[in-house]
Design a protein around this ligand. Structure first.
Ligand SMILES: NC(=O)c1ccc[n+]([C@@H]2O[C@H](COP(=O)([O-])OP(=O)(O)OC[C@H]3O[C@@H](n4cnc5c(N)ncnc54)[C@H](O)[C@@H]3O)[C@@H](O)[C@H]2O)c1
Length: 315
């Protein structure tokens, strides 16, 4: 199948493109188009004749038209302005997370055959503080622009799907680890930094308390869940199209102990705690998650902490 990945050179997108090319996953000989912003060219993606790169902003209608020119049967829509950056720059978040996403839906509406679209939403749609338990009936009440923009485009994808214009599949991602250490605009970057710094034997100042508890998924597990979302048959997906992925819910202490078990007990001495109330509330106060709808349709978490750590720190 012809596949488009927007945000194809991002943290998750790059791993997804690699996985699609490897073993011809989903493609069956057809091409994959990666849409990447101009300053993050396709240079980091595998050299492969099946890979077509479109560089530029998804907010530019000409670039968008180029990206969808071959009417892909599967669209993974990952391009996004992250929470911290969208909070700092409202217009940029609105242009990319909302307007360009709707433009993508509109472009797909013109296809002869409706595309399957896997849309990566976020647990930020639940807002902060979260309810005591999050489940499939929990209210969606974001507290930051990124969450509102994701929720608005979730709802619109539901409507485009109801009308048969697109076959949408919405997956709400938890904190995906471990993002390579580089400026990302993500408030949650510390969750990934902890993995790399302790793996490398470097000191880590944890900006939340050791009892702080968060939802985790490794990037390989996330990629498998995105591919699973694309593989669900149209008959099985409706009427529910939004899934909060199952997670491993772990305290900082559990993650640090797990990293020490894997990389050496001396890692314990490398960690100090300087809790920041905003990060503690946003990323280290996550209640139990009951992801029954996602589990029932075949989405999975990493299984156990050592598997999470091994996958998260594999390149
Ligand atoms: N990583 C996480 O922990 C996490 C958690 C929840 C949701 N998500 C969602 O998953 C998706 C992928 O996340 P990620 O971690 O890979 O994010 P990322 O920031 O690493 O990648 C996003 C990609 O979008 C691209 N992009 C931004 N503006 C663009 C534009 N105008 N035109 C074209 N491309 C543009 C960026 O260049 C980047 O390659 C995003 O939609 C994100 O909102 C991620």
């Amino acid at each position: 199948m012809k596949v488009l990945v927007t945000g194809g050179n991002g943290f998750v997108g790059r791993r997804l493109v690699e996985r699609l090319l490897q073993d011809d996953c989903l493609l069956a000989g057809e091409p994959v188009t990666a849409l990447t912003v101009a300053d993050m060219s396709c240079a980091g993606l595998p050299a492969d004749e099946r890979l077509r790169c479109v560089e530029g902003s998804i907010a530019d209608t000409e670039v968008l038209q180029q990206a969808v020119a071959d009417e892909p049967q599967i669209v993974f829509h990952l391009a996004s302005i992250p929470g911290g950056a969208a909070e700092k720059n409202f217009q940029l978040g609105l242009d990319v997370n909302l307007t360009a996403t709707v433009n993508l839906y509109e472009a797909c509406r013109q296809f002869a055959v409706p595309a399957r679209m896997v849309f990566t939403s976020t647990i930020a749609v639940y807002g902060s503080p979260m309810p005591d338990v999050v489940d499939d009936q929990s209210a969606l009440q974001p507290h930051i622009s990124y969450g509102y923009q994701k929720l608005a485009t979730e709802l619109l994808l539901q409507d485009y799907s109801r009308r048969g214009f697109i076959d949408g599949r919405i997956v709400r991602l938890p904190g995906i680890v471990a993002r390579p250490p580089q400026p990302s605009g993500l408030l949650s970057a510390f969750m990934s930094d902890m993995f790399w710094q302790l793996k490398a034997g470097e000191p880590f100042v944890c900006p939340v308390s050791e009892e702080g508890v968060a939802w985790y998924m490794s990037v390989p597990c996330c990629v498998e869940n995105l591919i699973h979302a694309a593989n669900i048959s149209p008959g099985a997906i409706a009427p529910r199209r939004d899934f909060t992925l199952p997670v491993l819910r772990l305290t900082m202490r559990q993650v640090i102990d797990g990293l020490a078990q894997r990389y050496g007990e001396d890692r314990q001495q490398l960690v100090s705690f300087e809790p920041n109330p905003q990060l503690q509330a946003g990323f280290a106060s996550q209640p139990p998650l009951v992801a029954d709808a996602a589990l029932a349709i075949g989405f999975r978490h990493d299984g156990d902490i050592q598997t999470l750590i091994e996958r998260a720190t594999s390149l």
